[in-house]
Design a protein around this ligand. Sequence first.
Ligand code: ADP
Length: 403
Amino acid sequence: MTATRVLVLNSGSSSVKYQLLDMRDSSRLAMGLVERIGEETSRLKHTPLTDGGASRERTEPIADHEAALQAVAEELAKDGLGLDSPELAAIGHRVVHGGQSFTRPTVIDNAVLAEIERLIPVAPLHNPANLTGIRTARALRPDLPQVAVFDTAFHTTMPESAARYAIDVETADAHRIRRYGFHGTSHAYVSRATAELLGRDPSEVNVIVLHLGNGASASAVEGGRCVDTSMGLTPLEGLVMGTRSGDMDPAVIFHLMRVGGMSTDEIDTLLNKKSGLIGLCGDNDMREIRRRIDEGDERAKLAFDIYIHRLKKYIGAYYAVLGRVDAVAFTAGVGENAAPVREAAVAGLEGLGLAVDGDLNAVRGDAPRLISPAGARVAVAVVPTDEELEIAAQTYALVGKNI
Ligand code: ADP
């Protein structure tokens, strides 16, 4: 029997998201989420996707990642999709930070684990959780190939002029301070899918990808290679996000310390968790913000305007970086669903060849689609992202041929 299934694991500090895919036709067999690991109120939600099976929920204390993965394995086994199946080809892990070391998906061995661990100082929130997920999965199936797919890898093609901050070079290098970028799996997938939508080879097209989820980032992709992206050393830089500030004068931090009497951790929490849309208006869900704007809420309107202003600046900046733009692609929760955001982001940019057709923009759907008027110089598109499929495809491409 040929092994064609890939389990994709996205391990956070207290959660594990997973999908099981069959790479013969890229179909999804099951998906689910374990939340609040380590708490009394842990929850596992499992959805089998074969034969229209209904979701199942388990609410019981799940002590750690090992118990979480064990519970996932039990649920998969109930659907005849157990992790001991000979059809399972590999496990693909999302790893947030690959630094400069990892430029492509990598089969995990002890040396790879050690290098991901060495990168913890630049990704203190994410890499430890990713490592726990990998170690747990390896313990469960030591014989199975496991692949790390890095959020930063797609951005390692950025030239030094885009990747370096203009600070003292020795200090920067000593602390590995540079712009790494994140959401790379999504930017890679969406830029390629946008080229497909245009019926062209990715190597021929220049695309600005706007990944607007709760976290948000933009990238400039030239002929399939990333040449700039808006997130930096950490995911805090760039666009206004659900709860993150994005770009800001770094002196704000000194001011908050010296004059505001705030600690480093307090400022970290302020800028990562209490800023962006939620800091500006108390909501980070774009649906709720639009509803409040419709009711005449001024704070929600200002938050929206600040969000759009920043987005527009990045479109302009990446237009200049690329010189020629073939397409602007909107993706992720906000990008795929919020027509008013797409409309406002390109409003007034007709001079750059950018426009949105009102009727096309209002259409909802899961398929990649154009929303620019017929004959527009630059295509504007909605291209739903699929990070799990991309991780599975990259994992399978690496190990599938050896099976
Ligand atoms: P992440 O993966 O970063 O958590 P998503 O890509 O799932 O986020 O995006 C989540 C966000 O998408 C929500 O916070 C919300 O602002 C936005 N969103 C989701 N659905 C809609 C919708 N129908 N209309 C407008 N915004 C939406």
